[in-house]
Design a binder for this molecule. Structure first.
Ligand code: ATP
Length: 439
């Protein structure tokens, strides 16, 4: 089939704007064929664009010969433009249809398609990800990414209103600074560099200049763990604020969670329906469980952990059954937290670090930061890190570093919670994990 050019055709209406009130009017609509049915003598096309769908009805006896010829060679997922007349028709979906006068075929879909976008024939996640561009056209994917958009927009509005400045810090960094997670090395001209695992050090430095900053950007982790909640490239929503402590930023985090849930409930009703998912707006304040209380609860559930031990996944799973929604875990042993988390003044074994949990999944972590240079150097050494590799970061502590606190939310984990999607890969356009680097 020949592919047409757009020429002077311009869309006059989105499909969703085609209503029975337009009866008799000539319109141009553009989009993809979602379904096509030939009933002999009459052909029906469901045309979909980014805002909705409309029925195109092609009665053989009433349509121009050229349009009829073109319509007979169309397939699902072909991209077309229709110039036609709107007709109010009770039997059609939304009570309206378009009778074409002219058809342009703008893009052809090669059949058989690798997956069924309607989802009627379900496909394995890897098959779907291999054909991701097509998979993203499904109602399910469209709903997920609309919600993701709304969450990002709500987050920016919320933080901006609270006086946070949006920043972008480098993602190519000189040394494997923070410790903890493994980094990806990159070849940087004649040197080795790394992809940033988080904006932690930069955002702390920037509070000297801006007091309240946030960044929404990629974070890279050479995660060996191949789980349904880990990917190697995720989006981190980071904030850092001067002159506050962990409790202040926990309040900010829970208010943001409440705001996001409220906005998603309001703005994404249809999407939540497609996903068959309900979002509850949490009541504040969220529960704050201490690490010691978590150990006690787990002991009662038959999981015995020594004080100072990290909580294993099966511990979190058990905890998530008792606490199925949002809660914080506070008062973590200092040794389980990164060097920049402040130990408590009255008991340095315990830190001012916290995690924000949703059921068994960690959504965010944060805390009061160490703002005294001596203590920071001591903590670095205790964790086996070398102060020399933190030269520039430590230098910033000589420029009047204020007390500060902050957190990082994993955007994809939050979206999993808001959509009910169980595999993190589904809420990322083109996910990266240990085994997947394409498409
Ligand atoms: P986890 O213990 O679940 O691996 P973490 O303790 O390594 O997470 P942090 O370094 O505290 O995570 O990062 C802050 C947030 O970033 C986490 O709460 C989580 O929401 C998100 N996050 C961290 N690693 C990943 C990952 N590999 N994939 C997706 N999100 C992640």
């Amino acid at each position: 089939m020949e592919i047409d050019d757009l020429g002077d055709w311009r869309r006059t209406h989105y499909t969703a704007d085609i209503t029975p009130e337009l009866d008799g009017q000539e319109v141009i609509v553009m989009g993809w064929i979602r379904e096509i049915r030939d009933l002999g003598g009459i052909r029906f096309i469901v045309l979909q664009d980014r805002l909705g769908k409309v029925q195109i009805t092609i009665p053989e006896s009433k349509v121009d010969e050229e349009a009829l010829r073109k319509s007979s060679s169309l397939h699902r997922q072909d991209c077309i433009a229709i110039k036609g007349i709107v007709r109010g028709m009770e039997k059609a979906p939304r009570g309206v249809e378009i009778i074409p006068k002219e058809i342009k075929v703008l893009g052809i879909a090669k059949h058989p398609l690798p997956i069924d976008v309607t989802g009627r024939t379900p496909a394995d996640i890897d098959v779907r990800l291999d054909a991701r561009v097509l998979d993203l056209r499904s109602d399910r994917s469209q709903a997920i990414f609309k919600i993701r958009h709304v969450v990002l927009e709500a987050t920016r509005n919320f933080l901006s209103k609270r006086g946070f400045l949006e920043v972008n810090t480098p993602k190519i960094i000189a040394s494997a600074t923070e410790g903890g997670a493994a980094l990806f090395p990159v070849i940087y001209f004649e040197r080795e560099a790394f992809l940033a695992q988080s904006p932690q050090l930069y955002k702390e430095e920037l509070i000297i200049d801006f007091e309240k900053v946030y960044e929404i950007g990629p974070a890279y982790r050479a995660e060996k763990s191949h789980t349904r909640r880990h990917i190697t490239e995720f989006i981190s929503i980071d904030i850092e604020e001067a002159f506050v402590t962990a409790e202040d930023v926990m309040r900010l985090a829970e208010e943001l969670m409440q705001f996001i849930c409220r906005v998603v409930r309001e703005k994404c009703k249809e999407e939540l329906e497609v996903l068959n998912h309900n979002v509850e707006v949490p009541k504040l304040p969220l529960k704050r469980l201490t690490y010691d209380e978590v150990l006690d609860e787990l002991r009662e559930l038959g999981i015995k952990l020594e004080w100072g031990e990290d909580i294993p996944t099966m511990g979190y799973r058990a905890l998530g059954k008792v606490h199925p929604y949002f809660y914080f875990i506070i008062d973590w042993p200092t040794r389980l937290k990164p060097f920049y988390i402040k130990p408590k003044d009255d008991n340095p074994e315990i830190s001012e670090g916290f995690d924000l949990m949703w059921s068994w999944i960690e959504i965010a972590s944060g805390g009061t930061r160490v703002h005294k240079k001596d203590l920071l150097m001591k903590r670095l050494k205790e964790q086996g890190l070398h102060p020399e590799s933190f030269k520039y970061h430590l230098q910033s502590f000589d420029y009047g570093m204020p007390p500060h606190a902050g957190w990082a939310i994993g955007l994809e984990r939050l979206i999993m919670m808001l959509t009910g999607i169980k595999n993190i890969r589904e809420v990322v356009l083109f996910p990266r994990d240990r085994f997947r680097l394409t498409p």
